[in-house]
Design a protein around this ligand. Structure first.
Ligand SMILES: Nc1ncnc2c1ncn2[C@@H]1O[C@H](COP(=O)(O)OP(=O)(O)OP(=O)(O)O)[C@@H](O)[C@H]1O
Ligand SMILES: [Mg+2]
Length: 255
């Protein structure tokens, strides 16, 4: 039996680097030979594909109306059709696939896309090692349960006190929703060396990712941030994080 993929959801306040870290995580898993990876863009303002340098045709959100209202082809039931369309909306790239959830349409709820995603994911023939879910800013996904119960929640924060308060708030909501505390970690991003030590209270971040000009330059040049040089500080820090996560995923399997 194929083992379940290890799912990692990234959360955090706006602009902290969720998309950047998500894309670098995907890249790192590939570098470690952990493929295939599924990248899920759960932000309605989807831009994970840009960070990964791929183009998205159709999001699950826009597929939804169509797949459920249209005449389905003869010989196919609605379920098969939705599954078929799901596979069509999957972007296949080198070592990873990407699916964009898109905007909620009609009733304005993600539940459908989420249930569908869950079901289709299980149906997927390909066995993913890791699933990386980039969520929108804020706690919407967690509050609405959109991202389900990931194996790991990474809360991305800048080193400032306000960011860290958000970490505490997101953690609280996530635990209230039934995610075990030991599955929740926080990542400090854009850390400037030489600046004051991160005031983390009692909590240890699972990773500290430096502020990196290479990330900024990729942004300015509109090139995929996941392709910044291997030796760049942010990329190396995320690779180390991916190695840690890989060990944790292995431990889970062995338990
Ligand atoms: N380690 C880093 N060093 C330098 N710049 C960074 C770093 N991480 C992210 N950035 C920059 O910060 C900005 C926000 O990053 P990103 O889009 O990844 O954040 P986000 O949390 O996904 O934002 P949003 O909430 O809008 O989805 C971008 O301009 C990005 O280039
Ligand atoms: Mg983002």
């Amino acid at each position: 039996m194929p083992s379940q993929p290890f799912t990692i959801a990234l959360s955090g306040k706006g602009g902290t680097g969720k998309t950047t870290v998500s894309s670098l995580l995907v890249r790192s898993f590939l570098e470690l030979g952990e493929k295939p990876v599924l990248a899920v863009d759960a932000d309605p303002n989807a831009n994970l594909h840009e960070a990964l340098g791929v183009t998205v045709g159709e999001s699950l959100g826009s597929m939804r109306e169509e797949a459920f209202s249209r005449q389905i082809p003869p010989g196919m039931n609605r379920h098969d059709y939705v599954r078929f369309r799901f596979r069509q909306s999957l972007v296949e790239a080198e070592g990873f696939d990407l699916v964009a959830m898109g905007r909620p349409e009609g009733s304005g709820c993600y539940c459908f896309a989420n249930d569908l995603l869950g079901e289709c994911m299980q149906q997927l023939q390909r066995e993913y090692r890791f699933v990386v879910i980039d969520t929108e800013a804020g706690m919407e996904h967690i509050a609405r349960g959109t991202i389900g119960k990931p194996d790991m929640l990474l809360i991305v924060s800048d080193p400032g006190a306000r960011g860290l308060r958000t970490v505490a708030r997101i953690r609280e909501i996530a635990t209230q929703l039934g995610l075990e505390n030991e599955k929740i970690f926080f990542v400090v991003n854009k850390y400037k060396t030489g600046s004051a030590p991160v005031d983390i209270g009692s909590e240890e971040p699972i990773a500290i990712i430096p502020a990196d000009d290479a990330v900024e330059n990729a942004d300015l040049a509109a090139t995929p941030v996941s392709s910044i040089p291997e030796a760049s500080a942010a990329r190396m820090a995320v690779l180390a994080l991916a190695e840690k996560i890989r060990r944790m995923a292995k431990d889970r399997v062995e338990r």
